[in-house]
Design a binder for this molecule. Structure first.
Ligand code: BGC
Length: 364
């Protein structure tokens, strides 16, 4: 028996498969979390917990195969609760901000508890967003791909939103080091849904990101007010520190006195992506490693880690670094429920919310 178990474990490792490697603590809501390890055939390794689908470790190979951990994470779930809950998490039901936490749908006003900028906005689903639940997790191997599916049913009224929503988010790692995130959701009442993944990257795996280079394929961005809610129509990036149409170092213009930039303070804005359909929208590169962002979504929130506190301690007792990682969050534009000119994020009963984003990792 023992021999068989060992053989099965070896076969799983050879196939790049994944198992719950260990317990990962208990959330403040009393839910037990587990940690899973996914080993892609191309060398990419991801540790991920069923608590909010949070990515805990992301080991990316360079050309020589040397692995570096390019993301933020903690040794157990308490780390997020003591710092910022969103590091590496699935964000829902409505990612980014709903100004004043209010929106009107089918003649009824809904109020989501505000948890951002002096309580002027509901951020990332409000005080308990989808990041703060333990999901059902199902690791899988599919041909040369490995992955994990997270699913969960959120009750009607969850977070103050209407409608019971069934959601599934699948992470797939392909042999060419692509991390594909597929999101699905269905509802029994019309409700706003805008999902994203809040992973952070430092392509050198150390230091800050200010000398690393970013490209965003967007001619326009959204100006914001002091509460970081979008104001006005999308504005042209040309001639502003928001112009990343060609590669620029993140730090090159981050301290520019531009008022809208300094509300961040620093980059924490939505870019209105060029093109439609599934396409490459951004690339971030360090010395030996880069990541391309591909999505079918219209917007990208680029957040430069302006609120990362260097006093915070992460996995292995390592101190965090101010602006040590950035997030490139694919999504629909912020505050869309109050901005019909941005389109709609309402999903109706009978419809399926379905979107895909890929982070394609490459060695330079
Ligand atoms: C927001 C930031 C916020 C961060 C939290 C980003 O999506 O735009 O303002 O501090 O998430 O982790």
């Amino acid at each position: 028996m023992k021999k068989l178990a060992i053989l099965a474990a070896l076969a799983a490792v050879a196939a790049g498969c994944c198992t719950a490697s260990r317990d990962f603590g208990v959330t403040k809501y009393g839910e037990k979390a587990k940690l899973y390890t996914l080993r892609g055939k191309g060398g990419l390794v991801m540790e991920v917990t069923d608590a909010g689908g949070k990515v805990v470790r992301l080991l990316q190979p360079d050309k020589s195969g040397e692995l570096k951990d390019i993301t933020i994470g903690f040794d157990d779930v308490s780390g997020w609760e003591n710092t910022d809950p969103y590091f590496g998490a699935i964000i829902g039901r409505v990612g980014n901000r709903i100004a004043q936490g209010k929106f009107t749908l089918e003649g009824k006003e809904y109020a989501i508890e505000c948890n951002d900028t002096d309580h002027h906005a509901a951020l990332h689903g409000g005080p308990r967003g989808w990041d703060a639940y333990v999901w059902d997790a199902e690791p899988f191997t599919d041909g040369d791909d490995v992955g994990i599916s997270f699913s969960k049913i959120f009750p009607d009224g969850e977070g103050g939103f209407p409608g019971k929503v069934g959601a599934k988010v699948t992470y797939t790692i392909t042999p060419d080091n692509v991390w594909r995130i597929s999101y699905w959701a269905k509802t029994d009442k019309t409700t706003p849904i805008n999902l994203t993944q809040h992973v952070y990257f430092n392509m050198n795996g150390e230091g800050d990101i200010l000398d690393q280079e970013l490209m965003i394929d967007a001619d326009k961005y959204l100006a914001v007010d002091a509460d970081l809610a979008p104001v006005g129509e999308p504005e042209l990036v040309v001639g502003t520190p928001f112009d990343f149409r060609t590669f620029h170092k993140v730090g090159e213009r981050i301290n520019d006195p531009d008022r809208v930039l300094q509300y961040g303070p620093g980059y924490d804005h939505n870019w209105c992506l060029n093109g439609e359909g599934f396409r490459k929208v951004a690339e971030f590169r360090g010395e030996k490693r880069a990541v391309e962002v591909w999505t079918d979504q219209p917007g990208l929130q680029f957040y430069a880690g302006n609120f990362i506190n260097p006093e915070w301690t992460m996995k292995g007792g390592r101190k965090m670094v101010y602006r040590g990682w950035l997030a490139l969050e694919t999504q629909h534009y912020p505050n869309t429920p109050n901005r019909p000119d941005f389109g709609s994020i309402y999903v109706k009963p009978g419809e399926t919310y379905s979107t895909v984003t890929e982070y394609r990792f490459k060695a330079l």
